[in-house]
Design a protein. Sequence first.
Length: 343
Amino acid sequence: MNIYQFAKICSVSSMTVSRAFHNAPDISSATRSRILETARKYHYRPNILARNLATQRSYLIGLVVPNIVQTFFPYIIRTIENLVRKAGYNIILCDSEEDGKLEKEQIRLLIDQHVGGLIIIPAAKRKDLHAFKELEHNGIPFVIVDRKLDGIHSSFIGTNDHRGGFIATQHLIKLGHQKILHLRGPKGVSTARERMLGYRNALAHYAMSFKSNMIIDAGFDEEDGYKTIKSFFKRAKKPTAIFAVNDPVAIGAMKALEELKIKIPDDISIVGFADINYASFLKVPLTTVSQPKQEIGESAAKIILNEIEGINNKEKVKHRNIILEPKLVVRNSTAKRGVNVEK
């Protein structure tokens, strides 16, 4: 059964059927309920491919993320999907696993699927930006989220990572810590670079000397944080505080510290970045820099929808650059230097 036959059964137009299935605001709840109930009765499902061919446009949006397991990204994914679905679009989700080569393949696959646009959180490991240049060349709208890419012309939504690194380090300095170790993310990633610069600028602002051996590479995930701390404490004097590039690295570091019988925050304080869902439920709740995850997802969805509509209406796309402010969330993983914390 095609949409026209089904619409006749419902005594409405095919456009009204389409609006009902996509929860459009300009259709009454009674009409929508009647159409959906009739669809269940006749086991009818709309043919998305036929709709795309009829309208000469795609109602698909590609979403490429670097790590679907890390809980910062799923929150953004859910927010994006909820908004684009209400607008009548569907998401094709890809996980690049922080691999630029796989990311390139996924972007080209999405181009072949004739998606209307893409939202991309770039992978950490890459050799080139060819896939992004292809999107530019083909006039396919795309939005970069969280990690900025130099030389790519597109809309961008992210957090003020420099500010986040500054306030995380400032918090530790004000607690009396002077030996603050920074667990840095991959050097080629903008978020890691900006958070590290925020750390260094906080030290300079408070006239504290910078020591290069107090910055060590630690990747982006829990295993990276765990292995880095295990290795570092074998060969170096322990710091009094740690600022980790993100919460997973901080959590991995906390596990290593626990195995090393180093108490948090009595012996060492630690701050993360992102405020992932379970940061507050850890054995020692994590002090962290909170990113506005919902606002990031909403902004990304609204921008890509606007750009897709603009292109479909043959309008010139105006790129936007949105930088959102982070907030420090203080929990039990930080304390004043030299003061024992009551259990």
